[in-house]
Design a binder for this molecule. Structure first.
Ligand code: PEP
Ligand code: MN
Length: 360
């Protein structure tokens, strides 16, 4: 097996990671086209990868040393080329090497990533207009800016509440419009992307769907910001490669979410919230990282402590489930905060944020 960095040395050795031509910030379209043409004229199909502030062009081919040296010499001399690299990671567009500055995504005036701390709150599922409106009022009054609520629910059992489907999206949209909160909801399949995108500001891809590749591609094509949850058994590279599927559709607006991985012990928590993933991700990717302590623990009383921990380890925000009456919730009631608990969490997070220089 070749190492992740590919094997160097002897002539004829095949490199495992494709070559990436990173264009200068502000490179002209004509310069980009000329580089792509030069790659094509040597028999390779260039992959033009638009990023937040610069374009990269991948050569998705296994190159031997001679081919590589030839390409480097030709392309390195072309106008608009900043550098030629072989990424040290299997992911490229998601990597820090590609984009050194943190990606900041602005949705209806709310900034996600790039130094702000964002709070997404709301019930697991949209259950009725009354339930959702009540939850939204609390979210709004707490100072949180993003309203969550599932309309299409990925449930372990087909006999559990599956969500209100399009009716739920309609409620989500009208409550979002009334409160001015940014909205987010899950989409479970590629053929549902356009429907969900009609109603919501941010598309959520759930943990169970992290490697639903056709879904990732459709979400990428939609151009909407994509909130990608880490699969329960996904390694960091799997997670970032899933993000890469969205990014290489030309959609740079990907938000990562750590929501807990398969636990060693389910006696006390539903998942193990992998908080170490936050600094690891922040080191290796420029994408915003949000922590979901609700699914991460599955237990309401552990949500606030883990939300605080998320802030301390450098997350760009949290997603927290809250229900006007958790006991009657149709999904995930045991991990939902009550409105009072949610407001208390927000006030404690604000105090913590002040000590850390984070404005909430
Ligand atoms: C949810 O956010 O309600 C949800 C289903 O989350 P996850 O995909 O992380 O389980
Ligand atoms: Mn849930």
């Amino acid at each position: 097996m070749t190492s992740r960095k590919g094997r160097k040395g002897d002539r004829g050795v095949i490199f495992a990671s494709p070559m990436i031509i990173v264009m200068q910030i502000g490179a002209a379209q004509e310069e980009i086209d000329l580089v792509a043409d030069a790659i094509r004229s040597r028999g390779y199909e260039p992959l033009v990868l638009p990023g937040q502030d610069r374009v990269a062009i991948g050569v998705p081919a296994s190159l031997n040393n001679d081919q590589r040296t030839d390409l480097e010499a030709v392309l390195g001399a072309m106008d608009g080329v900043s550098k030629i690299t072989q990424t040290s990671h299997p992911y490229k567009l998601a990597s820090r090497e590609f984009n050194r500055t943190d990606t900041s995504i602005e949705v209806k005036g709310v900034k996600i990533g790039g130094g702000s701390f964002v709070v997404m709150g709301g019930p697991c599922s949209v259950e009725s207009y009354e339930q959702f409106h009540k939850a939204a009022t609390i979210v709004k009054s707490s100072g949180a800016t993003i309203l969550r609520g599932g309309a299409f629910k990925p449930r372990t059992s087909p006999y559990s509440f599956q969500g209100l489907a399009e009716e739920g999206l309609k409620i989500l949209k009208s409550v979002g419009d009334e409160t001015g909160l940014v909205t987010i909801s899950e989409v479970m399949s590629g053929d549902m992307v356009s429907l969900v995108a009609e109603y919501v500001d941010i598309l959520q891809i759930g943990a169970r769907s992290m490697q639903n590749f056709p879904l990732l591609i459709e979400a990428g094509k939609s151009g909407k910001p994509v909130f990608l949850k880490r699969g329960p058994a996904a390694q960091i590279d799997d997670f970032l490669l899933a993000a890469e599927y969205v990014l290489n559709q030309g959609n740079p607006h990907v938000i990562l979410c750590e929501r807990g991985i398969i636990p060693l012990d389910r006696t006390y928590t539903r998942n193990t919230l992998d908080l170490s993933a936050v600094p690891v991700l922040k080191e290796h990717t420029h994408l915003p990282v949000i922590v979901d302590p609700s699914h991460g623990t599955g237990v309401a009383k552990y949500v606030t402590p883990m939300a605080k921990a998320a802030m301390v380890v450098g997350a760009d925000g949290i997603m927290v489930e809250m229900h006007p009456d958790p006991k009657s919730a149709l999904s995930d009631g045991s991990q939902a905060l009550t409105p009072d608990q949610f407001l208390k969490m927000m006030s404690e997070m604000r105090t913590l944020g002040a000590a850390l220089g984070i404005v909430l």
